[in-house]
Write a protein that binds this ligand. Structure first.
Ligand code: FES
Ligand SMILES: [Fe+2]
Length: 402
């Protein structure tokens, strides 16, 4: 355990740096958060439309297989063979009738039952599985699964409340604003490493302040600026939040005509917005523990943050659209992925700054971060507040018993 294990008296207005730097703390997070009472995003159901379809995902740092069984039910299995622990499935997605382990070829059906064990009767009357061995006791480890409007979540816990209760009415309203039951389709996928603790990534999208400062592209073209009409919504316990804002699209005033022309868009369609939701041009939602559900202009994406170690996470981006929409709108979403995607004109700033934070936070972990913008840890109607971050850490302290 870390020498500096504890929490400052100022509560969520101060964050002890060891929560980013301490390997033991990371292990405790896996047990207390990801393997405990949480609904973890794993996939969109349209990624496994037919029986036998599967896609690999993760819950915490544990690899899982999201697949559709013969009756059409989505199941989530730990991607681990029950014989000796080999990774059962290597291919990122596909369609299987059985999952066959590469090591000794144990076979599991789409319901996760062990249905084939090579050499189980031995050879020439010798060897084979012991009489005590019962294949029924060696099926794949299955997680509990829930789905809402095409979005699939899984949990190791058997005590989960329904997803709707978990999200609460304020967050559910924003969830359904985009995922309203219309069938979805995947239009792109990105995956990349962030050289920082997973919480830095979650904080980053609860942080309205940086978005209007660090992301010069946003401010310059009036997509996300601190003077915009804004709503920060925080779930009552602090678990989830939404930052919703309305772009002005007014170009930022610069000091000279020369500078002004230097920063014009050669292709203005990159930020051309087709209004399609009830209010706000962007709503950035975080769902405890590690899903970022982003709508920014016409770009729709699930950003799944996989905690790999105390100093590294992997982000998987699933860009989506509505199955029946106008192809021109889909093309617009794809184009805007260049703005908001993994190496886009905005996110690339975050990838750099989070890696920079991780270095600083690890250097002398007895220090604290100051989360002092704004008041409280709940809803507010402006952009200059870190209330959603404080809400997150109020809940974090509770489940981590810190
Ligand atoms: S480890 Fe999978 S069959 Fe042996
Ligand atoms: Fe950002």
């Amino acid at each position: 355990m870390s020498e500096f294990y504890g929490w400052p008296d100022a509560g969520a207005r101060r964050l002890p740096q060891h929560i980013y730097a301490d390997k033991d703390n990371f292990q405790r997070e896996l047990d207390a958060i990801f393997f405990a009472d949480s609904w973890n995003y794993v996939a969109l159901s349209c990624e496994v439309p037919e029986p036998g379809d599967y896609i690999l995902s993760s819950v915490g740092n544990v690899g899982v297989i999201v697949s559709r069984d013969r009756k059409g039910t989505i199941r989530v299995f730990v991607n681990r063979c029950t014989h000796r622990g080999a990774r059962l499935c290597e291919k990122r997605k596909g369609n299987n009738k059985l999952f066959t382990c590469p090591y000794h070829e144990w076979r599991f059906n789409l319901e996760g039952r062990l249905v084939g064990v090579p050499l189980s009767q031995g050879v020439k009357g010798k060897g084979g599985m012991s009489p005590q061995f019962d294949p029924q006791n060696h099926g794949l480890k299955q997680l509990n699964v829930c789905e809402r409007h095409g979005v699939v979540f899984a949990s190791f816990s058997n005590d989960m409340v329904p997803l709707e209760t978990y999200l609460g009415p304020k967050i559910l309203r924003y969830f359904d604003r985009v995922c309203d039951g219309r069938p979805l389709k995947v239009i792109g996928k990105h995956k990349h490493v962030v050289a920082g603790n997973w919480k830095l990534q979650i904080e980053n999208v609860k942080d309205t302040v940086h978005a209007a400062i660090l992301h010069s592209f946003f401010t310059l073209f009036g997509i996300w600026r601190s003077d915009q009409e804004t709503e920060i919504v925080v779930e009552d316990k602090g678990m989830h939040s939404v930052l919703a804002s309305t772009a002005t699209f007014s170009k930022q005033q610069t000091h000279s005509e020369e500078a002004d022309s230097e920063f014009s868009l050669l292709d203005p369609s990159l930020i051309a917005h087709e209004a399609e939701f009830s209010h706000a041009t962007g709503a950035v939602m975080t769902i405890w523990p590690n899903l970022i559900f982003l709508q920014q202009l016409n770009c729709l994406v699930m950003r799944h943050v996989e905690p790999v170690s105390h100093d590294k996470c992997v982000k998987t981006w699933t860009f989506f659209a509505y199955e029946d929409e106008d192809p021109a709108l889909t093309a617009r979403r794809v184009k805007q992925a260049n703005l908001l995607g993994a190496s886009g004109l905005v996110t690339i700033d975050d990838n750099e700054i989070l890696a920079s934070c991780q270095v600083g936070l690890q250097q002398q972990s007895q220090f604290e971060c100051a989360i002092e913008y704004g008041e409280g840890s709940s809803d507010c109607d402006h952009m200059v507040s870190e209330s959603a971050i404080r809400g997150f850490y109020n809940y974090y302290r509770q489940v981590m018993e810190l």
